[in-house]
Design a protein around this ligand. Structure first.
Ligand code: GCU
Length: 595
Protein backbone atom coordinates (compact mmCIF):
# COMPACT_ATOMS: atom_id res chain seq x y z
CA UNK A 1 0.00 0.00 0.00
CA UNK A 2 1.46 3.39 -1.06
CA UNK A 3 1.45 6.21 1.54
CA UNK A 4 1.53 9.91 0.88
CA UNK A 5 2.51 11.91 3.96
CA UNK A 6 0.49 14.96 4.92
CA UNK A 7 1.41 16.64 8.21
CA UNK A 8 -0.54 14.97 11.09
CA UNK A 9 -2.13 12.63 8.62
CA UNK A 10 -1.21 9.30 7.15
CA UNK A 11 -3.13 9.16 3.89
CA UNK A 12 -3.47 5.71 2.42
CA UNK A 13 -3.62 6.14 -1.32
CA UNK A 14 -4.82 2.62 -1.84
CA UNK A 15 -8.46 2.55 -2.77
CA UNK A 16 -10.51 1.53 0.27
CA UNK A 17 -12.47 -1.70 -0.10
CA UNK A 18 -15.83 -0.03 -0.62
CA UNK A 19 -17.05 0.49 -4.19
CA UNK A 20 -18.78 3.78 -5.10
CA UNK A 21 -22.43 3.72 -6.01
CA UNK A 22 -23.91 5.35 -9.10
CA UNK A 23 -26.39 7.18 -6.91
CA UNK A 24 -25.93 10.76 -5.77
CA UNK A 25 -25.36 10.39 -2.03
CA UNK A 26 -27.07 12.46 0.66
CA UNK A 27 -29.92 14.13 -1.24
CA UNK A 28 -30.98 15.99 1.93
CA UNK A 29 -27.58 17.72 1.82
CA UNK A 30 -27.87 18.87 -1.80
CA UNK A 31 -29.41 21.81 -3.69
CA UNK A 32 -32.80 20.43 -4.72
CA UNK A 33 -36.11 21.52 -6.20
CA UNK A 34 -39.01 19.39 -4.95
CA UNK A 35 -41.39 17.95 -7.52
CA UNK A 36 -43.67 16.56 -4.81
CA UNK A 37 -47.34 17.47 -4.97
CA UNK A 38 -50.39 16.71 -7.15
CA UNK A 39 -49.48 14.89 -10.37
CA UNK A 40 -52.09 14.18 -13.04
CA UNK A 41 -52.39 10.42 -13.42
CA UNK A 42 -53.86 7.97 -15.93
CA UNK A 43 -54.80 4.48 -14.70
CA UNK A 44 -53.89 2.09 -17.54
CA UNK A 45 -55.10 -1.47 -16.80
CA UNK A 46 -54.65 -2.70 -20.38
CA UNK A 47 -51.16 -1.20 -20.75
CA UNK A 48 -52.34 1.16 -23.46
CA UNK A 49 -49.84 3.85 -22.57
CA UNK A 50 -46.78 2.34 -24.24
CA UNK A 51 -48.37 1.69 -27.67
CA UNK A 52 -50.27 4.98 -27.50
CA UNK A 53 -47.12 6.86 -26.45
CA UNK A 54 -48.54 8.56 -23.37
CA UNK A 55 -45.00 9.80 -22.73
CA UNK A 56 -45.46 12.25 -25.64
CA UNK A 57 -48.27 13.94 -23.71
CA UNK A 58 -50.09 14.58 -27.00
CA UNK A 59 -52.69 17.34 -27.25
CA UNK A 60 -55.26 17.60 -30.12
CA UNK A 61 -53.83 19.82 -32.90
CA UNK A 62 -57.31 21.04 -33.88
CA UNK A 63 -60.94 20.27 -33.11
CA UNK A 64 -60.97 17.28 -35.49
CA UNK A 65 -57.77 15.69 -34.13
CA UNK A 66 -58.12 12.30 -32.33
CA UNK A 67 -56.20 11.93 -29.06
CA UNK A 68 -57.73 9.35 -26.67
CA UNK A 69 -55.95 10.31 -23.49
CA UNK A 70 -55.29 13.50 -21.59
CA UNK A 71 -53.15 14.13 -18.55
CA UNK A 72 -54.70 17.61 -18.19
CA UNK A 73 -58.19 16.13 -17.91
CA UNK A 74 -57.12 13.22 -15.68
CA UNK A 75 -57.51 13.41 -11.88
CA UNK A 76 -54.43 13.82 -9.70
CA UNK A 77 -52.57 11.56 -7.32
CA UNK A 78 -50.40 12.95 -4.54
CA UNK A 79 -46.65 12.32 -4.77
CA UNK A 80 -45.22 10.89 -2.59
CA UNK A 81 -47.89 8.35 -1.82
CA UNK A 82 -49.24 4.97 -2.86
CA UNK A 83 -52.26 5.09 -5.16
CA UNK A 84 -54.10 2.31 -3.30
CA UNK A 85 -55.11 4.45 -0.33
CA UNK A 86 -55.79 7.59 -2.38
CA UNK A 87 -58.70 6.14 -4.36
CA UNK A 88 -60.95 3.27 -3.25
CA UNK A 89 -61.08 2.02 -6.86
CA UNK A 90 -57.30 1.56 -6.73
CA UNK A 91 -57.07 -0.32 -3.42
CA UNK A 92 -56.58 -3.70 -5.15
CA UNK A 93 -55.25 -2.33 -8.45
CA UNK A 94 -52.25 -4.07 -10.00
CA UNK A 95 -50.98 -2.56 -13.22
CA UNK A 96 -49.48 0.61 -14.73
CA UNK A 97 -50.35 4.15 -13.74
CA UNK A 98 -48.93 7.04 -15.77
CA UNK A 99 -48.04 10.17 -13.82
CA UNK A 100 -47.24 13.60 -15.24
CA UNK A 101 -45.64 16.58 -13.55
CA UNK A 102 -45.18 19.80 -15.51
CA UNK A 103 -42.68 22.30 -14.17
CA UNK A 104 -40.75 25.30 -15.36
CA UNK A 105 -37.01 25.42 -14.98
CA UNK A 106 -34.38 28.10 -15.37
CA UNK A 107 -31.01 26.70 -16.43
CA UNK A 108 -27.85 27.83 -14.64
CA UNK A 109 -24.49 27.90 -16.42
CA UNK A 110 -22.07 25.24 -15.14
CA UNK A 111 -24.82 23.26 -13.39
CA UNK A 112 -25.74 19.63 -14.01
CA UNK A 113 -29.23 18.47 -13.08
CA UNK A 114 -30.53 15.02 -12.05
CA UNK A 115 -34.06 13.86 -11.34
CA UNK A 116 -34.11 11.75 -8.14
CA UNK A 117 -36.79 9.30 -6.96
CA UNK A 118 -36.72 8.10 -3.34
CA UNK A 119 -38.62 5.01 -4.49
CA UNK A 120 -41.45 3.88 -6.77
CA UNK A 121 -43.09 0.43 -6.59
CA UNK A 122 -42.42 -1.76 -8.55
CA UNK A 123 -41.16 -1.14 -12.12
CA UNK A 124 -40.71 2.42 -13.33
CA UNK A 125 -40.03 4.09 -16.69
CA UNK A 126 -39.19 7.81 -16.71
CA UNK A 127 -39.57 10.26 -19.61
CA UNK A 128 -38.72 13.96 -19.79
CA UNK A 129 -40.13 16.09 -22.61
CA UNK A 130 -40.94 12.90 -24.56
CA UNK A 131 -37.42 11.43 -24.20
CA UNK A 132 -36.97 8.20 -22.25
CA UNK A 133 -34.47 8.70 -19.42
CA UNK A 134 -34.45 5.08 -18.28
CA UNK A 135 -36.12 2.37 -16.22
CA UNK A 136 -35.82 1.09 -12.66
CA UNK A 137 -36.91 -2.16 -11.00
CA UNK A 138 -37.46 -2.49 -7.26
CA UNK A 139 -40.00 -0.87 -5.01
CA UNK A 140 -37.89 0.43 -2.11
CA UNK A 141 -34.55 1.83 -3.34
CA UNK A 142 -33.70 5.27 -4.76
CA UNK A 143 -32.74 5.97 -8.35
CA UNK A 144 -31.75 9.02 -10.38
CA UNK A 145 -31.23 10.06 -14.02
CA UNK A 146 -29.19 12.97 -15.41
CA UNK A 147 -31.43 15.47 -17.22
CA UNK A 148 -28.96 18.30 -17.89
CA UNK A 149 -29.31 18.11 -21.66
CA UNK A 150 -32.99 17.05 -21.74
CA UNK A 151 -34.34 19.89 -19.60
CA UNK A 152 -35.86 22.79 -21.47
CA UNK A 153 -35.53 26.44 -20.45
CA UNK A 154 -39.08 27.19 -19.31
CA UNK A 155 -41.78 24.48 -19.50
CA UNK A 156 -40.96 20.78 -18.95
CA UNK A 157 -43.08 17.63 -18.83
CA UNK A 158 -41.92 14.73 -16.62
CA UNK A 159 -43.89 11.54 -17.27
CA UNK A 160 -43.47 8.41 -15.16
CA UNK A 161 -45.00 4.99 -15.72
CA UNK A 162 -45.18 2.92 -12.50
CA UNK A 163 -46.35 -0.69 -12.62
CA UNK A 164 -46.89 -2.58 -9.35
CA UNK A 165 -47.78 -5.89 -11.00
CA UNK A 166 -46.08 -8.76 -9.18
CA UNK A 167 -43.59 -10.73 -11.25
CA UNK A 168 -42.41 -14.38 -10.99
CA UNK A 169 -38.85 -13.12 -11.62
CA UNK A 170 -39.27 -10.15 -9.25
CA UNK A 171 -37.73 -9.30 -5.87
CA UNK A 172 -40.02 -9.94 -4.04
CA UNK A 173 -41.71 -12.64 -6.08
CA UNK A 174 -45.41 -13.41 -6.42
CA UNK A 175 -46.36 -13.90 -2.73
CA UNK A 176 -45.57 -11.67 0.22
CA UNK A 177 -47.35 -10.72 3.41
CA UNK A 178 -47.72 -6.99 2.87
CA UNK A 179 -49.85 -4.78 0.60
CA UNK A 180 -48.39 -4.23 -2.84
CA UNK A 181 -48.75 -0.47 -2.55
CA UNK A 182 -48.10 0.94 -6.03
CA UNK A 183 -46.98 4.37 -7.08
CA UNK A 184 -44.32 7.02 -6.61
CA UNK A 185 -44.16 6.28 -2.91
CA UNK A 186 -41.29 8.60 -1.87
CA UNK A 187 -40.03 12.10 -2.74
CA UNK A 188 -39.11 13.29 -6.24
CA UNK A 189 -36.47 16.03 -6.51
CA UNK A 190 -34.46 17.89 -9.13
CA UNK A 191 -30.88 17.87 -7.86
CA UNK A 192 -28.49 20.63 -9.00
CA UNK A 193 -24.75 19.92 -8.84
CA UNK A 194 -21.62 21.49 -10.39
CA UNK A 195 -20.07 20.14 -13.59
CA UNK A 196 -17.74 18.01 -11.43
CA UNK A 197 -19.43 17.10 -8.16
CA UNK A 198 -19.11 14.91 -5.08
CA UNK A 199 -21.22 11.92 -6.10
CA UNK A 200 -20.62 9.64 -3.14
CA UNK A 201 -18.43 9.32 -0.07
CA UNK A 202 -17.66 7.00 2.79
CA UNK A 203 -16.74 8.44 6.18
CA UNK A 204 -16.85 5.68 8.81
CA UNK A 205 -14.54 4.12 11.37
CA UNK A 206 -12.28 1.46 9.88
CA UNK A 207 -13.35 -2.07 10.82
CA UNK A 208 -12.28 -2.78 14.40
CA UNK A 209 -10.85 0.68 15.06
CA UNK A 210 -12.32 3.28 17.41
CA UNK A 211 -9.88 6.00 16.37
CA UNK A 212 -9.21 5.67 12.65
CA UNK A 213 -11.74 6.86 10.12
CA UNK A 214 -11.29 5.18 6.77
CA UNK A 215 -12.87 7.18 4.04
CA UNK A 216 -13.11 8.01 0.39
CA UNK A 217 -14.76 10.61 -1.81
CA UNK A 218 -15.92 9.84 -5.34
CA UNK A 219 -16.19 12.72 -7.78
CA UNK A 220 -18.26 12.66 -10.95
CA UNK A 221 -17.33 14.93 -13.85
CA UNK A 222 -14.62 15.91 -16.30
CA UNK A 223 -12.32 17.49 -13.72
CA UNK A 224 -11.53 14.20 -11.98
CA UNK A 225 -8.34 15.46 -10.36
CA UNK A 226 -9.43 17.96 -7.73
CA UNK A 227 -8.48 19.11 -4.28
CA UNK A 228 -11.02 17.64 -1.86
CA UNK A 229 -11.32 18.89 1.70
CA UNK A 230 -12.81 16.99 4.64
CA UNK A 231 -13.78 18.99 7.71
CA UNK A 232 -15.08 17.80 11.05
CA UNK A 233 -15.17 21.22 12.75
CA UNK A 234 -16.02 19.99 16.26
CA UNK A 235 -12.94 17.72 16.19
CA UNK A 236 -10.79 20.50 14.71
CA UNK A 237 -10.13 18.33 11.65
CA UNK A 238 -9.63 19.98 8.29
CA UNK A 239 -7.55 18.09 5.76
CA UNK A 240 -7.17 18.48 2.02
CA UNK A 241 -6.07 15.79 -0.42
CA UNK A 242 -6.07 15.10 -4.16
CA UNK A 243 -8.44 12.85 -6.05
CA UNK A 244 -6.98 10.54 -8.71
CA UNK A 245 -7.72 10.30 -12.44
CA UNK A 246 -10.88 8.34 -11.60
CA UNK A 247 -12.10 11.15 -9.38
CA UNK A 248 -11.54 9.08 -6.29
CA UNK A 249 -9.62 9.94 -3.17
CA UNK A 250 -9.15 7.70 -0.15
CA UNK A 251 -8.05 8.94 3.25
CA UNK A 252 -7.66 8.09 6.87
CA UNK A 253 -8.36 10.46 9.74
CA UNK A 254 -7.13 9.62 13.21
CA UNK A 255 -8.75 11.13 16.27
CA UNK A 256 -10.46 10.51 19.58
CA UNK A 257 -14.15 10.42 18.65
CA UNK A 258 -17.23 10.48 20.87
CA UNK A 259 -18.61 7.14 19.77
CA UNK A 260 -22.22 6.84 18.61
CA UNK A 261 -24.45 4.59 20.73
CA UNK A 262 -28.12 4.27 21.72
CA UNK A 263 -27.34 6.04 24.97
CA UNK A 264 -25.25 8.72 23.24
CA UNK A 265 -26.25 9.01 19.54
CA UNK A 266 -23.46 11.45 18.80
CA UNK A 267 -23.44 12.82 15.25
CA UNK A 268 -20.63 14.98 13.92
CA UNK A 269 -21.08 17.65 11.26
CA UNK A 270 -18.96 16.50 8.32
CA UNK A 271 -18.26 19.07 5.59
CA UNK A 272 -16.89 17.90 2.22
CA UNK A 273 -15.66 20.52 -0.24
CA UNK A 274 -14.47 20.07 -3.79
CA UNK A 275 -14.27 22.68 -6.53
CA UNK A 276 -17.16 25.03 -5.85
CA UNK A 277 -19.28 22.48 -4.07
CA UNK A 278 -19.87 21.91 -0.35
CA UNK A 279 -21.79 18.86 0.89
CA UNK A 280 -22.75 18.67 4.58
CA UNK A 281 -23.75 15.54 6.45
CA UNK A 282 -24.24 14.45 10.06
CA UNK A 283 -22.33 11.22 10.70
CA UNK A 284 -21.91 9.03 13.78
CA UNK A 285 -18.80 6.95 14.42
CA UNK A 286 -19.09 3.54 16.09
CA UNK A 287 -17.86 -0.01 15.64
CA UNK A 288 -20.03 -3.12 15.34
CA UNK A 289 -18.63 -6.64 15.49
CA UNK A 290 -19.71 -10.22 16.06
CA UNK A 291 -17.34 -11.93 18.47
CA UNK A 292 -18.14 -15.52 19.42
CA UNK A 293 -21.77 -15.49 20.50
CA UNK A 294 -21.89 -11.77 21.22
CA UNK A 295 -22.57 -8.63 19.23
CA UNK A 296 -20.15 -5.88 20.28
CA UNK A 297 -20.97 -2.20 19.89
CA UNK A 298 -17.87 -0.05 20.39
CA UNK A 299 -16.10 -3.13 21.74
CA UNK A 300 -18.70 -3.94 24.40
CA UNK A 301 -21.41 -6.66 24.28
CA UNK A 302 -24.86 -5.22 23.58
CA UNK A 303 -28.28 -6.88 23.82
CA UNK A 304 -30.65 -5.76 21.06
CA UNK A 305 -34.09 -4.96 22.51
CA UNK A 306 -36.02 -4.65 19.32
CA UNK A 307 -39.24 -4.84 17.38
CA UNK A 308 -39.95 -5.53 13.70
CA UNK A 309 -41.93 -3.01 11.69
CA UNK A 310 -43.31 -2.47 8.21
CA UNK A 311 -43.22 0.90 6.46
CA UNK A 312 -46.96 1.32 7.09
CA UNK A 313 -48.33 4.77 7.85
CA UNK A 314 -49.81 5.15 11.31
CA UNK A 315 -53.47 6.23 11.43
CA UNK A 316 -54.00 6.98 7.70
CA UNK A 317 -52.59 3.61 6.50
CA UNK A 318 -50.75 3.23 3.20
CA UNK A 319 -47.00 3.57 2.66
CA UNK A 320 -45.27 5.65 5.29
CA UNK A 321 -42.88 8.18 3.79
CA UNK A 322 -42.77 11.40 5.80
CA UNK A 323 -40.67 12.68 8.67
CA UNK A 324 -43.91 12.82 10.71
CA UNK A 325 -44.64 9.13 10.01
CA UNK A 326 -41.09 8.26 11.07
CA UNK A 327 -41.41 10.33 14.24
CA UNK A 328 -44.65 8.56 15.23
CA UNK A 329 -43.45 5.04 14.44
CA UNK A 330 -39.99 5.33 15.99
CA UNK A 331 -41.50 7.18 18.93
CA UNK A 332 -43.54 4.01 19.60
CA UNK A 333 -40.38 1.91 19.22
CA UNK A 334 -38.68 4.02 21.87
CA UNK A 335 -41.77 3.91 24.09
CA UNK A 336 -41.52 0.11 24.03
CA UNK A 337 -38.03 0.43 25.53
CA UNK A 338 -36.18 -0.62 22.37
CA UNK A 339 -32.61 0.17 21.36
CA UNK A 340 -33.08 -1.77 18.10
CA UNK A 341 -35.56 -1.90 15.20
CA UNK A 342 -35.88 -4.32 12.30
CA UNK A 343 -37.01 -2.49 9.16
CA UNK A 344 -38.88 -5.40 7.51
CA UNK A 345 -38.82 -6.60 4.72
CA UNK A 346 -37.31 -3.97 2.43
CA UNK A 347 -35.24 -0.77 2.75
CA UNK A 348 -37.37 1.84 4.53
CA UNK A 349 -37.41 5.53 3.58
CA UNK A 350 -34.49 7.77 4.44
CA UNK A 351 -36.52 9.77 6.99
CA UNK A 352 -36.70 6.65 9.16
CA UNK A 353 -33.02 5.78 8.83
CA UNK A 354 -31.84 9.33 9.60
CA UNK A 355 -34.22 9.61 12.54
CA UNK A 356 -32.89 6.29 13.91
CA UNK A 357 -29.40 7.87 13.66
CA UNK A 358 -30.57 10.81 15.76
CA UNK A 359 -32.64 8.77 18.23
CA UNK A 360 -29.97 6.13 18.86
CA UNK A 361 -31.85 3.12 17.45
CA UNK A 362 -29.74 0.31 15.97
CA UNK A 363 -31.19 -0.81 12.63
CA UNK A 364 -31.56 -4.15 10.83
CA UNK A 365 -32.04 -3.18 7.17
CA UNK A 366 -33.27 -5.80 4.68
CA UNK A 367 -33.83 -6.36 0.96
CA UNK A 368 -37.12 -8.03 -0.08
CA UNK A 369 -35.63 -11.45 -0.91
CA UNK A 370 -38.71 -12.90 0.69
CA UNK A 371 -40.11 -16.46 0.79
CA UNK A 372 -39.67 -18.02 -2.65
CA UNK A 373 -38.02 -16.40 -5.66
CA UNK A 374 -36.92 -17.50 -9.13
CA UNK A 375 -33.53 -18.51 -7.67
CA UNK A 376 -32.09 -19.87 -10.91
CA UNK A 377 -32.89 -16.73 -12.94
CA UNK A 378 -29.84 -14.48 -13.49
CA UNK A 379 -32.16 -11.49 -13.95
CA UNK A 380 -33.67 -12.11 -10.51
CA UNK A 381 -30.20 -12.28 -8.96
CA UNK A 382 -29.22 -9.07 -10.77
CA UNK A 383 -32.32 -7.31 -9.43
CA UNK A 384 -31.55 -8.48 -5.88
CA UNK A 385 -27.91 -7.40 -6.26
CA UNK A 386 -28.98 -3.96 -7.47
CA UNK A 387 -31.37 -3.53 -4.53
CA UNK A 388 -28.63 -4.61 -2.09
CA UNK A 389 -26.13 -2.25 -3.76
CA UNK A 390 -28.52 0.70 -3.59
CA UNK A 391 -29.61 -0.01 -0.02
CA UNK A 392 -25.95 0.03 1.05
CA UNK A 393 -25.14 3.01 -1.18
CA UNK A 394 -27.86 5.15 0.37
CA UNK A 395 -27.20 4.28 4.01
CA UNK A 396 -23.52 3.33 4.35
CA UNK A 397 -22.77 6.51 6.35
CA UNK A 398 -25.58 5.93 8.84
CA UNK A 399 -24.19 4.76 12.19
CA UNK A 400 -27.61 3.38 13.16
CA UNK A 401 -27.47 0.69 10.48
CA UNK A 402 -25.54 -2.26 11.92
CA UNK A 403 -27.06 -5.25 10.11
CA UNK A 404 -27.62 -5.84 6.39
CA UNK A 405 -30.19 -8.62 5.98
CA UNK A 406 -30.14 -10.61 2.79
CA UNK A 407 -33.48 -12.40 3.06
CA UNK A 408 -36.51 -13.49 5.01
CA UNK A 409 -37.77 -17.07 5.39
CA UNK A 410 -36.38 -18.44 2.14
CA UNK A 411 -36.60 -22.18 1.42
CA UNK A 412 -33.62 -24.49 2.02
CA UNK A 413 -32.54 -25.50 -1.47
CA UNK A 414 -29.26 -25.46 -3.35
CA UNK A 415 -30.11 -22.69 -5.82
CA UNK A 416 -31.25 -20.42 -2.99
CA UNK A 417 -28.01 -21.01 -1.10
CA UNK A 418 -25.98 -20.13 -4.19
CA UNK A 419 -28.07 -16.98 -4.74
CA UNK A 420 -27.73 -15.77 -1.14
CA UNK A 421 -24.06 -16.70 -0.85
CA UNK A 422 -23.44 -14.38 -3.79
CA UNK A 423 -25.39 -11.59 -2.05
CA UNK A 424 -23.38 -12.12 1.14
CA UNK A 425 -20.17 -11.78 -0.84
CA UNK A 426 -21.45 -8.63 -2.57
CA UNK A 427 -22.45 -7.07 0.75
CA UNK A 428 -19.04 -7.73 2.33
CA UNK A 429 -17.25 -6.29 -0.68
CA UNK A 430 -19.33 -3.12 -0.55
CA UNK A 431 -19.24 -2.77 3.23
CA UNK A 432 -16.67 -4.61 5.34
CA UNK A 433 -17.79 -2.85 8.52
CA UNK A 434 -21.37 -4.05 9.10
CA UNK A 435 -22.77 -7.47 10.01
CA UNK A 436 -24.57 -9.73 7.55
CA UNK A 437 -27.69 -11.58 8.62
CA UNK A 438 -30.90 -13.19 7.37
CA UNK A 439 -34.18 -14.22 8.99
CA UNK A 440 -34.23 -18.04 8.86
CA UNK A 441 -37.22 -20.20 9.67
CA UNK A 442 -36.17 -23.74 8.80
CA UNK A 443 -35.60 -25.70 12.02
CA UNK A 444 -35.28 -29.45 12.59
CA UNK A 445 -37.26 -31.30 15.25
CA UNK A 446 -34.21 -33.10 16.59
CA UNK A 447 -36.04 -34.48 19.66
CA UNK A 448 -39.61 -34.34 21.05
CA UNK A 449 -39.01 -31.00 22.80
CA UNK A 450 -35.94 -29.90 20.93
CA UNK A 451 -35.52 -27.70 17.84
CA UNK A 452 -32.24 -27.20 16.00
CA UNK A 453 -31.51 -24.27 13.68
CA UNK A 454 -29.45 -25.92 10.98
CA UNK A 455 -30.20 -23.87 7.83
CA UNK A 456 -27.00 -24.10 5.69
CA UNK A 457 -27.26 -20.35 5.04
CA UNK A 458 -26.07 -19.87 8.62
CA UNK A 459 -22.57 -20.69 7.40
CA UNK A 460 -22.27 -17.41 5.49
CA UNK A 461 -23.92 -15.14 8.07
CA UNK A 462 -22.27 -13.15 10.86
CA UNK A 463 -25.49 -13.15 12.90
CA UNK A 464 -28.27 -15.77 12.77
CA UNK A 465 -31.84 -14.47 12.53
CA UNK A 466 -34.62 -16.87 13.57
CA UNK A 467 -38.34 -16.50 12.92
CA UNK A 468 -40.35 -19.01 14.98
CA UNK A 469 -44.09 -18.99 15.58
CA UNK A 470 -44.60 -21.70 18.18
CA UNK A 471 -48.01 -21.19 19.69
CA UNK A 472 -49.41 -19.43 16.65
CA UNK A 473 -48.58 -21.54 13.57
CA UNK A 474 -48.73 -24.87 15.40
CA UNK A 475 -48.71 -25.89 19.04
CA UNK A 476 -49.93 -23.95 22.05
CA UNK A 477 -48.13 -20.98 23.62
CA UNK A 478 -47.50 -23.14 26.71
CA UNK A 479 -45.51 -25.63 24.62
CA UNK A 480 -42.68 -23.10 24.64
CA UNK A 481 -42.12 -23.78 28.34
CA UNK A 482 -40.39 -27.10 27.80
CA UNK A 483 -38.74 -26.47 24.44
CA UNK A 484 -34.94 -26.61 24.11
CA UNK A 485 -33.13 -24.93 21.21
CA UNK A 486 -29.82 -25.81 19.52
CA UNK A 487 -27.79 -23.94 16.90
CA UNK A 488 -25.48 -25.51 14.36
CA UNK A 489 -23.17 -22.47 14.49
CA UNK A 490 -21.68 -20.79 17.49
CA UNK A 491 -22.75 -17.35 16.28
CA UNK A 492 -24.90 -14.60 17.82
CA UNK A 493 -28.64 -15.26 17.52
CA UNK A 494 -31.42 -12.69 17.05
CA UNK A 495 -34.97 -14.02 17.35
CA UNK A 496 -36.21 -11.86 14.50
CA UNK A 497 -39.88 -12.86 14.72
CA UNK A 498 -42.45 -14.43 16.95
CA UNK A 499 -46.01 -13.23 17.52
CA UNK A 500 -49.75 -13.77 17.24
CA UNK A 501 -52.74 -11.82 15.94
CA UNK A 502 -55.46 -9.93 17.81
CA UNK A 503 -57.59 -6.98 16.78
CA UNK A 504 -57.32 -4.25 19.41
CA UNK A 505 -60.13 -4.49 21.94
CA UNK A 506 -61.09 -8.11 21.24
CA UNK A 507 -61.04 -9.90 24.63
CA UNK A 508 -61.59 -13.45 25.89
CA UNK A 509 -59.80 -16.37 27.49
CA UNK A 510 -56.07 -16.87 26.96
CA UNK A 511 -56.85 -19.93 24.83
CA UNK A 512 -59.31 -18.06 22.60
CA UNK A 513 -57.67 -17.32 19.25
CA UNK A 514 -57.69 -13.66 18.08
CA UNK A 515 -58.08 -12.20 21.56
CA UNK A 516 -55.59 -9.79 23.10
CA UNK A 517 -55.33 -12.29 25.96
CA UNK A 518 -54.19 -15.03 23.56
CA UNK A 519 -51.61 -12.72 21.97
CA UNK A 520 -50.39 -11.53 25.36
CA UNK A 521 -50.18 -15.05 26.78
CA UNK A 522 -48.19 -16.09 23.71
CA UNK A 523 -45.78 -13.19 24.28
CA UNK A 524 -45.30 -14.18 27.93
CA UNK A 525 -44.44 -17.80 27.13
CA UNK A 526 -42.31 -16.81 24.16
CA UNK A 527 -40.29 -14.29 26.19
CA UNK A 528 -39.66 -16.91 28.88
CA UNK A 529 -38.45 -19.33 26.21
CA UNK A 530 -36.38 -16.80 24.26
CA UNK A 531 -34.50 -15.90 27.43
CA UNK A 532 -33.31 -19.53 27.63
CA UNK A 533 -32.13 -19.70 24.00
CA UNK A 534 -28.42 -20.15 23.27
CA UNK A 535 -26.31 -17.24 22.01
CA UNK A 536 -29.25 -14.85 22.30
CA UNK A 537 -28.00 -11.36 21.30
CA UNK A 538 -31.37 -9.77 20.66
CA UNK A 539 -34.98 -10.06 19.52
CA UNK A 540 -37.40 -8.17 17.30
CA UNK A 541 -40.90 -9.66 17.82
CA UNK A 542 -43.46 -9.46 15.06
CA UNK A 543 -44.66 -6.64 14.83
CA UNK A 544 -44.89 -3.01 15.96
CA UNK A 545 -48.18 -2.08 14.24
CA UNK A 546 -50.99 -3.89 12.40
CA UNK A 547 -50.50 -3.63 8.64
CA UNK A 548 -52.44 -4.30 5.45
CA UNK A 549 -51.97 -7.67 3.76
CA UNK A 550 -53.77 -9.44 0.87
CA UNK A 551 -53.20 -12.73 2.73
CA UNK A 552 -55.23 -11.82 5.82
CA UNK A 553 -58.89 -11.84 4.90
CA UNK A 554 -60.82 -13.07 7.94
CA UNK A 555 -63.86 -10.71 8.05
CA UNK A 556 -64.38 -8.83 11.26
CA UNK A 557 -60.96 -9.88 12.52
CA UNK A 558 -58.37 -9.21 9.82
CA UNK A 559 -60.26 -7.46 7.00
CA UNK A 560 -57.07 -7.62 4.91
CA UNK A 561 -54.87 -6.67 7.84
CA UNK A 562 -52.20 -8.65 9.63
CA UNK A 563 -53.21 -8.13 13.26
CA UNK A 564 -49.94 -9.21 14.92
CA UNK A 565 -49.14 -5.62 15.84
CA UNK A 566 -48.63 -4.83 19.51
CA UNK A 567 -50.21 -1.53 18.44
CA UNK A 568 -53.26 -1.17 16.20
CA UNK A 569 -53.00 1.01 13.10
CA UNK A 570 -55.00 3.56 15.06
CA UNK A 571 -52.20 3.77 17.63
CA UNK A 572 -54.01 1.71 20.30
CA UNK A 573 -51.63 -0.29 22.48
CA UNK A 574 -52.62 -3.92 23.04
CA UNK A 575 -51.89 -5.95 26.21
CA UNK A 576 -48.81 -7.52 24.57
CA UNK A 577 -47.30 -4.02 24.14
CA UNK A 578 -47.07 -3.63 27.90
CA UNK A 579 -45.76 -7.19 28.42
CA UNK A 580 -42.93 -6.55 25.97
CA UNK A 581 -42.30 -3.11 27.46
CA UNK A 582 -41.96 -4.62 30.96
CA UNK A 583 -39.60 -7.29 29.62
CA UNK A 584 -37.33 -4.68 28.01
CA UNK A 585 -37.42 -2.47 31.07
CA UNK A 586 -36.27 -5.47 33.16
CA UNK A 587 -33.41 -6.13 30.70
CA UNK A 588 -32.42 -2.48 30.53
CA UNK A 589 -32.25 -2.42 34.34
CA UNK A 590 -30.08 -5.55 34.23
CA UNK A 591 -32.79 -7.69 35.79
CA UNK A 592 -32.48 -10.80 33.70
CA UNK A 593 -29.89 -13.49 34.12
CA UNK A 594 -28.82 -13.64 30.47
CA UNK A 595 -28.35 -10.04 29.46
C1 GCU B 1 -43.62 -14.49 8.57
C2 GCU B 1 -43.04 -13.33 7.78
C3 GCU B 1 -43.79 -12.05 8.01
C4 GCU B 1 -45.25 -12.36 8.19
C5 GCU B 1 -45.38 -13.09 9.51
C6 GCU B 1 -46.82 -13.56 9.75
O1 GCU B 1 -42.67 -15.09 9.29
O2 GCU B 1 -41.68 -13.09 8.00
O3 GCU B 1 -43.58 -11.21 6.89
O4 GCU B 1 -46.03 -11.17 8.22
O5 GCU B 1 -44.55 -14.23 9.55
O6 GCU B 1 -47.11 -14.70 9.40
O7 GCU B 1 -47.60 -12.75 10.25
Amino acid sequence: MKFCWIPLLLVSCAAAAMTPSRLIANIPGRTTVSLDGAWHAIVDPFENGQPRGFFHDDKPKDKSDLVEYSFDASPVLNVPGDWNTQREALMFYEGPVWYRREFSYHKHEGTRVFVYFGAANYRTAVYLNGEKLGEHEGGFTPFDFEVTSTLREGGNSLIVEVNNTRRPDGVPGMRFDWWSYGGITRDVELVEVPETFIQDYWVQLARGSQNEISGWVQLNGAQARQKVTVEIPEAHVRETFNSDTNGRASFRLTGRWELWSPEHPKLYDVVLTSGGETVRDQIGFRTIEAQGTKILLNGKPIFLRGISMHEEAPFREGRAFSAEDAQTLLGWVKELGCNFVRFAHYPHNENEIRLADRMGLLVWSEIPVYWDLDWRNPATLATAQAQLRDMIARDHNRAAVVLWSLSNETPVKAERLTFLTQLAQDAREMDSTRLITSALNHVDNTAPDERTLSDPLGEVLDVLGLNEYLGWYGGRPEDADKLQWKLTWNKPLIVSEFGGGAPYGRHGDTDERWTEEYQDNLFQHQLDMVERMPNLAGLSPWVLMDFRSPLRMLPGVQDYHNRKGVISNRGQRKMAFYTLQRFYRKIAEGGTQNH
